[in-house]
Structures are given as structure tokens and as C-alpha cells.
Design a protein around this ligand. Structure first.
Ligand code: SF4
Length: 325
């Protein structure tokens, strides 16, 4: 009814005056981290996606507005910022005529009190190289990037309308790795046209590249997407799901092996709170809330959400870890 942007009208229509300025925030996450949306909409033509249909083309917030919002959040006690948009690496192209994500993150990193800045939803084609420098050199920018690749087979990527050569994709992943930047990626199984051979290529890629974090989603045929209009939903649902489950099983093994390698090692973590069993739950720098591996902590000392601690890994729980302070 109101769309994604007109929340002030909701307040007006229930008979109140908006009480917030555009940079004010009500934090609905645990108070030590917050999501910061830097733009809406997307200019990319990915075949399966209806976000551009729903949200329109890229519309970036000015740098100053975002920096003010982040400063407000820091003043409210937020220590970790999750930078989000539909396509983070395209940020600023509409208002500054070139991507300005590196400049934006650089400016945010100077805000006092912000300890971790985490980037989500990067796009691999034309990845801005100056962003790699900012991530690598700024101490409070997490050595972490959330960048969906969706597939590795070039024909599949072309059908998905995300053309990219495999060589360039591998070169980008290698460059990020060479700067010790952990990569969270997402892939899709069962997009129209995905043959068994293409799937096997993706499976080999996931097995060999050993992504630090991985999400896998079976293709969903949305009628308003390009795929919905131009492709037949050709892969049976069971096949889409089996492929996704197989890739997730491979990734669980990778998590477990990595956790076993970490036993005895120390890592800086942030405490998010307690789980239902009463244990503390924390995250290392290369884990985002809700999606990535956690570390379950036993501690006699009271730990406060948002507190940074040094944890020692004591056990692997498969995807998650156990540890002590
Ligand atoms: S998948 Fe991401 S980059 Fe592609 S159109 Fe959708 S929002 Fe844009």
C-alpha cells in the first residue's frame, strides 16, 4: 500500500506527526549492531530477480546523510555496522556518476566508536578495486565481503544475465583471498538451463574453492522476473532441492574441517547474547549475525552483548564452534 519508502505517510495517516528526522533510528536488532541501508533499487538485469521490479532503479543516499546516520548509531552505542543495499558495490553511481562505496566506507570508518564495519551484497562484475584497499587497510572494516556469485559456469551466468568469465571471477576471488578477506557467497541451483554438467562444475568449484561462508538457494520461478517471462521452469523441484542440499552438505564438511583446524587458536569475538541453553553466543570478525558460524562460549564471568573478548576454540559443532574466554 505504501511502498518501501513512504513510511512517514503511515504515521501521518494514523493521525500523528512524524517524530523522527531522516537520520534518526530505532534499533530493532541487539543494540550493539545495526543495519545501514545505503541505497535502494538496482540497475542490474539478473534474470531470476524481481527486486528491480519491486524497488526500481538504483537510488543512493548521499554520503553525508549516511555518515550522519552512522554517527547517530555510534552515539546510541552501536559498535558494528552491517552495510546493506541491493547492490552495495554500485553505490553512488546514480548521484556521483561512479561507484563511491570505497569513499563511503572510508568516511564511516573514521567515526569514533564504530569497531566493525561489514559489507553485504557486493556484485562481482566490475568490483571496485579501491574498495579492496579500504577493506584491507582500515582496521575497523571487517576483512569480510558478502558477494553472491550465483554460479561459476559461464554459459549459466550468461543465461542468468550476470555475464562474467570464470577466469575473471577466479582472479577476483584470489585477489580478495590474498588480502585475507573472508568471502561469504551465495549460489543458486536449478535455474532454467542448468544442465547436470553445469551443476557438476559448480559442485567442483564449491568443493575446491572452499568458501569461508556459503548460502545455497534452489531457484524459484517468479512470474515477474525475466526468467519468469522468458524461460521455462525446466528443472524439477526435487532436482533443484537435491542439488542445493548436496552443496550445503559439502559446505558443512568445510565448516567442520575449518573448525577442527581452529581448535586451540585464539580469536577476537563479539558477544551477541545467550542461547536458549544459557550459553553465551559470540561471533568472530568473519561471521555476520544470523547466517554465519557462531562460537558458543562457556564462561563464569558475566559477558555483556557488544563486548569484545578473546576466545579459544575448544571444539567443533559442525557449522558452529565451542570455546572459552
Ligand atoms: S540479484 Fe542483486 S544485483 Fe541482481 S538484479 Fe537482483 S538485486 Fe540486483
Amino acid at each position: 500500500v505504501y511502498g518501501n519508502f513512504n513510511w512517514y505517510q503511515i504515521v501521518a495517516d494514523i493521525g500523528n506527526k512524524p517524530w523522527m528526522n531522516s537520520t534518526d533510528r530505532i534499533i530493532t536488532t541487539p543494540r550493539h549492531y545495526a543495519y545501514v541501508k545505503i541505497s535502494e533499487g538496482c540497475n542490474m538485469p539478473c534474470s531470476y530477480c524481481i527486486k528491480p521490479v519491486l524497488n526500481g532503479p538504483l537510488k543512493s543516499e548521499p554520503i553525508e546523510t549516511i555518515v550522519d546516520e552512522c554517527r547517530t548509531l555510534a552515539g546510541m552505542g552501536v559498535k558494528e555496522l552491517q552495510i546493506v543495499s541491493q547492490n552495495t558495490t554500485d553505490y553512488g553511481r546514480d548521484i556521483y556518476h561512479k561507484p563511491q562505496i570505497a569513499e563511503l566506507i572510508d568516511r564511516i570508518s573514521d567515526i569514533e566508536g564504530i569497531k566493525w564495519i561489514r559489507l553485504h551484497y557486493a556484485y562481482p562484475t566490475n568490483f571496485p578495486k579501491d574498495l579492496i584497499d579500504v577493506i584491507a587497510t582500515k582496521e575497523n572494516v571487517c576483512k569480510y565481503i558478502d558477494m553472491a556469485i550465483q554460479h561459476c559456469n559461464e554459459d549459466m551466468l550468461r543465461i542468468m544475465r550476470r555475464p562474467m568469465s570464470k577466469d575473471r571471477l577466479v582472479a577476483l576471488l584470489d585477489e580478495l583471498k590474498s588480502h585475507n578477506i573472508s568471502i561469504r557467497t551465495t549460489v543458486m541451483t536449478g535455474h532454467p538451463g542448468e544442465t547436470e554438467e553445469m551443476y557438476q562444475e559448480l559442485k567442483d568449484f564449491i568443493t575446491q574453492r572452499r568458501f569461508d561462508r556459503l548460502g545455497v538457494f534452489p531457484y524459484s520461478h517468479e512470474s515477474r522476473s525475466y526468467s519468469g517471462k522468458h524461460y521455462e521452469d525446466s528443472i524439477p523441484e526435487t532436482v533443484k532441492r537435491e542439488r542445493a542440499l548436496e552443496l550445503m552438505a559439502i559446505q558443512r564438511e568445510i565448516y567442520n574441517e575449518s573448525n577442527l583446524n581452529n581448535i586451540g587458536k585464539r580469536m577476537k569475538i563479539i558477544i551477541d547474547g545467550k542461547n536458549s541453553a544459557g550459553c553465551y553466543v559470540g561471533r568472530p570478525e568473519n561471521s555476520t549475525p544470523m547466517a554465519d558460524p557462531k562460537i558458543i562460549i562457556t564462561s563464569d564471568k558475566t559477558l555483556i552483548p557488544g563486548e569484545f573478548c578473546e576466545a579459544v576454540v575448544t571444539n567443533s559443532l559442525g557449522k558452529d564452534m565451542e570455546g572459552t574466554i
